[in-house]
Design a protein around this ligand. Structure first.
Ligand code: HEM
Ligand code: HEM
Length: 332
């Protein structure tokens, strides 16, 4: 493949890989499997381009340009993202020293986007009409075909060699300690830290239509509603547990529609639709939640990724705003 075509393919593939990667965190339920496959195919298509890009890189490095360091940082980020993506999906290295391969994967991918902008700005390839010619579209199709074939081959190899990767969920996550909450990893989104809360005096405030009411742990526990749900963390693990407490629909006026904003003692918050089967849990598998897992009460959101499962809940506010009008990923 010509150098120009290789670079243009990378220009499309790298942002597409990053966007589809982010989408694997956004969608839950049945669609996540399809998005994960699309992401894997895009990532592996990038890998297919390595032999062609190596020729450009060798030639470019000989020219000694001023911003070459940026190109090297970009290459390091992309190689790290590819290596950690594969380490996670095959299960050969899911994590080490308390850091998961997936955490490094996401960080490396996001960090690569800035040097990519610099790289492309200084090596501007003017888009020509022929770039969208049938021949080039066919080439892109063949490339994606090679990426898909690599994806299929990897899955077959993982199954054939019984690699841990063959046992991951459609979201790409690995099972951890289902039914035994003590063994569940303790992770938090970005900078959230475990607050110290006295369960006896703690109250959750629930507001709907101008009416506010406070609930204690004992009152919530007495309702005793339960659900068996999978917590699927974006750190790359999942765990099925029996959660019990009270459904938000029980705390709100009968037939309430719209959405709720659920806020943590740390200020962390998510808005969710009332069409979800939301449960405010105080117990997991019959024992009170631990502080790391959100004591005194955490939200259980079946079918959505872990960062929606707000821990240390202090406030639930019901209104009719559209639930998806919020930052896609919390900044805390
Ligand atoms: C996965 C993304 C990419 C990586 C890892 C990457 C990496 C590199 C490296 C390490 C070099 C050699 C050092 C240098 O010349 O600065 C290079 C050269 C170059 N890259 Fe990229 N690049 C990527 C994407 C792109 C894209 C999207 C374009 C353009 C649209 C592009 C255009 C070029 C050009 C024109 C050269 C210089 C070739 C020469 O001077 O002979 N690259 N790239
Ligand atoms: C530079 C951009 C990226 C590249 C090149 C890339 C590449 C890859 C590759 C090659 C895999 C292994 C695919 C497989 O064999 O199944 C992978 C897996 C994964 N990536 Fe990325 N990725 C990028 C960005 C992201 C981002 C930004 C996220 C999330 C925010 C993400 C989330 C994931 C997840 C969850 C998996 C595991 C999927 C599985 O187990 O099948 N990726 N990535």
């Amino acid at each position: 493949m010509a150098g120009r075509a290789t670079n243009l393919a990378l220009l499309v593939l790298l942002p597409a890989a990053a966007a589809s990667g982010a989408a694997t965190f956004l969608v839950g339920g049945g669609t996540v499997g399809l998005v994960v496959i699309a992401h894997g195919v895009l990532g592996l298509t990038l890998l297919v381009l390595v032999p062609w890009k190596s020729i450009i890189v060798r030639r470019g490095l000989r020219r000694r340009r001023a911003d070459q360091l940026m190109s090297v940082i970009l290459a390091t980020g992309v190689v790290a993202a590819l290596a950690t993506g594969l380490a996670h999906s095959t299960g050969l290295l899911i994590g080490a020293a308390g850091v998961s391969a997936l955490q490094v994967h996401v960080a490396a991918a996001l960090l690569a986007l800035v040097p990519l902008l610099v790289h492309v700005r200084h090596r501007r390839a003017r888009v020509r009409r022929t770039d969208l010619s049938r021949r080039n579209l066919l080439r892109m199709g063949l490339l994606l075909g090679a990426g898909s074939a690599s994806y299929g081959a990897l899955e077959v190899i993982a199954a054939g060699l019984s690699l841990p990767g063959a046992r991951r969920r459609a979201s790409g996550s690995y099972e951890r300690s289902s039914g035994k909450p003590d063994g569940m990893p303790t992770t938090s989104w970005l900078l959230d830290e475990i607050p110290s809360i006295d369960s006896a005096s703690w109250r959750v405030s629930v507001r709907s239509g101008g009416v506010r009411r406070e609930w204690s742990v004992a009152e919530i526990r007495a309702v005793g509603e339960r659900t068996s749900a999978i917590l699927d963390c974006t750190g790359g693990w999942w765990s099925r547990q029996e959660w019990s407490g009270v459904r938000l629909s029980t705390l709100l006026p009968p037939g309430a529609t719209g959405s709720v904003e659920v806020t943590s003692a740390t200020g962390y918050r998510r808005r969710l639709p009332l069409t979800d089967d939301l449960l405010l849990a105080v117990d997991v598998s019959g024992t009170p939640l631990s502080p790391e897992h959100g004591a005194p009460a955490r939200l259980v959101v079946p079918g959505r990724r872990g960062y929606h499962w707000v821990k240390w809940v202090t406030r639930v506010e019901h209104d009719h705003r559209r639930w998806w009008v919020q930052v896609p990923f919390p900044l805390q």
